[in-house]
Design a protein around this ligand. Structure first.
Ligand code: RM4
Ligand code: MN
Ligand code: MN
Length: 424
């Protein structure tokens, strides 16, 4: 299904008076309004191919109707998201969940919808049908060289698929670890991982990057071989300039100061980008901004400050991706909400009075520093986000438009009620 632009325009028209009033109210206090709107308008977040179907947990999965049955249909769903929010112009594939059998036609379909392919993700955390050796005890870190070799080859194969789609980065997330004390020699596991990653690194095309994701636990519950940003950073440093650390917001123990991690990785040119999601307890993969929007704002505050210090382009300098999915929402609505939450946090971070904050920090004026941050955080910037979307031809309110245009009902008519997408 494709969204007709005139229908979005019509809905916007119906909401234009309210929008104008809200926009003028907030815009009056924004000194660099055009710059803010241009930056928000240029900001895009990649959609994960594995989150377009209804997500599940290990206890069950409750599929919704009209789920995409093929990669084509997933690309079409991202086209719907992009048509509504004009901030989701790329899709990130997980291989082998989504193998692009016919790259030329995938590229053509994506281009027709104004999309391109973002980072490709490898999968050595599950055994596939007909796979020779098992990943039960890990992949790149495995004690058996033959298993390591098989997982290296899989990653190289993923790069090849990615090249055909004009992707520029490989994301590696390993579930490798141990479930019980004594199971693993940490040092050997780390060294095996490094050696395996070195082989993958050597196979990267010149203009490619490899992004190393970390996660403290699950599915292994005693140790994870790339368990935190220190371990990822160590690997990325040893590998070389094409390697950096990917921060998935759900991959931290409770209370971790993620914004500080982000700040330092950025300082060291080792921040690859993000898998955005939100969490209450662990890797919950909840809708971005649904649990802790203040933390998201604080992360964006560090990002904006750090990227500006280095002259990095906000829209294109880092990898912005969502990695969220759950089983009680319509996946497209969930993704629309996530992108909105990211844009809201980003816009608020752009409103921080940086000169005043620098002065307050210099003077150790703790109260004023907090006032400055919260002045931006407590500004209702939704009309600024809406205005940026409107100027790009998107909807003032993407979720509302999705419902009013009856997109899910149309998808169910087209694809049926009992469809199950590959993915989480
Ligand atoms: C992991 C991790 C990876 C994602 C898989 C599906 O927890 O977040 O990025 O690819 O889940
Ligand atoms: Mn992730
Ligand atoms: Mn995760």
């Amino acid at each position: 299904m494709q969204i007709e632009k005139h229908k979005v325009d019509e809905l916007n028209h119906q909401q234009s008076n309210t929008h104008k009033r809200n926009f003028e109210y907030v815009a009056a206090d924004v000194a660099n309004l055009d710059e803010v709107l241009a930056k928000v308008g240029a900001f895009n977040v990649a959609i994960p191919s594995w989150a377009l179907g209804t997500g599940g947990t290990r206890f069950g999965r409750f599929s919704g109707g009209g789920e995409p049955r093929s990669l084509e249909e997933k690309i079409e769903d991202v086209g719907v998201i992009q048509a509504l929010n004009k901030s989701s112009n790329s899709i990130s594939l997980h291989i082998p969940w989504d193998i692009p059998e016919n790259a030329a036609s995938m590229n053509a379909l994506a281009a027709q919808l104004g999309l391109h392919f973002d980072a490709v993700n490898s999968n050595t955390f599950q055994d596939q049908k007909d796979q020779k050796l098992s990943y039960k005890f890990g992949s790149l870190h495995h004690t058996d060289k033959a298993v390591r070799q098989q997982s290296v080859e899989h990653n190289i194969q993923v790069i090849k698929y990615g090249q055909e789609l004009n992707s520029k980065a490989l994301s590696v997330w390993l579930s490798d670890g141990s479930n019980f004390p004594g199971q693993l020699n940490f040092r050997k596991a780390f060294q095996n991982t490094l050696e395996s990653l070195e082989e993958i690194y050597a196979a990267l095309p010149d203009d490619w990057k490899v992004w190393v994701e970390y996660k403290p636990y699950e599915p292994n519950f005693y140790s994870t071989t790339i368990g935190d940003w220190g371990q990822s950073y160590l690997l990325a440093s040893k590998l070389g300039p094409k390697a950096s650390t990917l921060v998935d917001l759900g991959h931290h123990l409770q209370g971790t100061n993620i914004e500080q991690i982000v700040s330092l990785l950025l300082m060291e040119d080792k921040l690859a980008g993000f898998h955005f999601n939100d969490s209450k307890y662990g890797d919950d993969d909840l809708t971005v901004g649904s649990i802790n929007p203040y933390q998201l704002f604080l992360i964006f505050n560090e990002l904006v400050e750090g990227m500006d210090a280095k002259g990095i382009n906000h829209a294109t300098g880092l990898g912005w991706m969502i990695d969220a999915s759950h089983n009680v929402k319509d996946p497209i609505e969930d993704l629309l909400q996530s992108v909105q939450a990211i844009k809201i946090a980003y816009t608020q971070a752009l409103l921080v009075d940086k000169a005043a904050l620098v002065a307050a920090q210099q003077n150790n004026d703790v109260v004023l520093a907090q006032e400055i941050l919260q002045q931006a955080y407590r500004t209702d910037v939704r009309a600024l986000v809406a205005e940026a979307s409107l100027r790009n031809g998107g909807a003032i309110n993407p979720v509302d438009a999705y419902r009013k245009l009856k997109v899910r009902e149309n998808l169910i008519n087209e694809r049926g009620l009992n469809t199950v997408a590959t993915g989480l």
